[in-house]
Write a protein that binds this ligand. Structure first.
Ligand code: GLO
Ligand code: MG
Length: 346
């Protein structure tokens, strides 16, 4: 029977944000770390996702200092009753990641990325998660001839192998996105990273986090992407959100742009018992710059509500009717039926 799981939700501290964008400064007051942590449970979230430097103020300090600050964060999240879902090395802001991390041309930059990944694993161990997420933001090119693309694949696999060897318990989850900040990202889709999983020293510990908007930016359907990763036993997390056309990565509230597309994702997750092995429903959503301070978490609470409302729709959908319409090849009527369900008419 599908859908036994009780869904648990997560987000990262970056999802509460002062509204600064590439064209303008902050428009809301900075929300301090302790305030953010206190908001999770109030908003209905149990899980917290981290970049390495969301846990500690900087990773470019002596190891003792990292350990001390990570232990302090562990104490804080335990105090709030929050479960750490993953740690992601932030390999896109530091000067040594300008040309990428694992695929940078300069060996010193590559070594920085590898060392920082080991630190992320140490941090994950202290705060109590075995999941390392890789959003390889700057692994790719603006200028095609600027890197050896075949060698880049080799270096990427070597980096993942290094992490798997550094700690025999951790899992690596790839979060793929086709562009932004790079023009052409290496491993732009789930399928690309899935192929890479099988080239590593331990494919059983390499899997996928799918972000809805990232699939859409690649012209792909998020629900079909999720089903494909599930087929491989590798959908270990999601970043649900929405996206209005092929523009920048908008991180709109889940279901806010295309409700049927959101329904399709919930349907796949429900039918395949996503969450039953402890996976979180992650929401990587961003408040619109126009939101005022006191309502700047609506994107999170609304995304969660929309997800849960869609679960109710999914439960009620008449599976027999779907089967009959599939058998009759009357897909127009099937589409109308689903739209009717979403309009509360069926
Ligand atoms: C950006 C990504 C980013 C990641 C986060 C965790 O497009 O979605 O927000 O999810 O850095 O790795
Ligand atoms: Mg994301």
């Amino acid at each position: 029977m599908a859908g036994k799981a009780v869904f648990r939700f997560s987000f990262g501290p970056w999802n509460i944000h002062d509204g600064a964008d590439v064209f303008g400064p902050p428009v809301r007051k900075k929300v301090e770390r302790a305030q953010k942590l206190a908001l999770y449970k109030k908003l209905g979230f149990d899980g917290i996702q981290f970049h390495d430097d969301d846990v500690v103020s900087s990773v470019d300090v002596p190891h003792d200092q990292i350990v001390k600050e990570a232990k302090e964060m562990k104490r804080l999240i335990d105090g709030e009753g929050l479960i750490p879902e993953f740690v992601a090395p932030r390999l896109w802001e530091h000067p040594q990641t300008i040309d990428g991390g694992y695929t940078a041309n300069d060996p010193k930059d590559r070594e920085y990325a590898l060392e920082r990944s080991r630190k992320a694993i140490d941090i994950a161990n202290i705060i109590g998660t075995r999941n390392i997420v890789l959003w390889p933001a700057r692994e790719g090119v603006y200028v095609n001839e600027s890197k050896d693309h075949r060698l880049a694949s080799e270096r990427f696999v070597a980096a993942v192998d290094m992490m798997l060897g550094y700690d025999k318990n951790i899992r690596v989850l790839g979060e793929m996105k086709p562009n932004e900040p790079m023009d052409h990202a290496y491993l732009p889709t789930t399928g690309h990273f899935l192929a890479l999983c099988y080239k590593t020293v331990d494919p059983s510990r390499v899997g996928i986090l799918i972000e809805s908007a990232h699939a859409l930016l690649a012209g792909l359907d998020p629900a079909i992407e999720m089903a494909y990763a599930i087929y491989h036993g590798k959908l270990w997390s999601v970043h649900l959100n929405d996206q209005n056309g092929l523009k920048f990565d908008e991180d709109r509230a889940f279901g806010a742009v295309n409700l049927k597309r959101a329904f399709d994702q919930v349907f796949v997750l429900w039918e395949n018992d996503f969450g039953a092995s402890g996976e979180f429903v992650g929401l990587d959503v961003k408040a619109l710059r126009t939101q005022k301070d006191d309502v700047a978490t609506r994107h999170l609470s609304n995304s969660r509500k929309i997800f849960l409302d869609l679960v109710e729709v999914v439960k009620k959908v008449d599976r027999k009717k779907i089967e009959q319409l599939r058998a009759a090849r009357d897909y127009e009527e099937l589409e109308y039926y689903i739209v009717s369900c979403l309009m509360g008419r069926a």
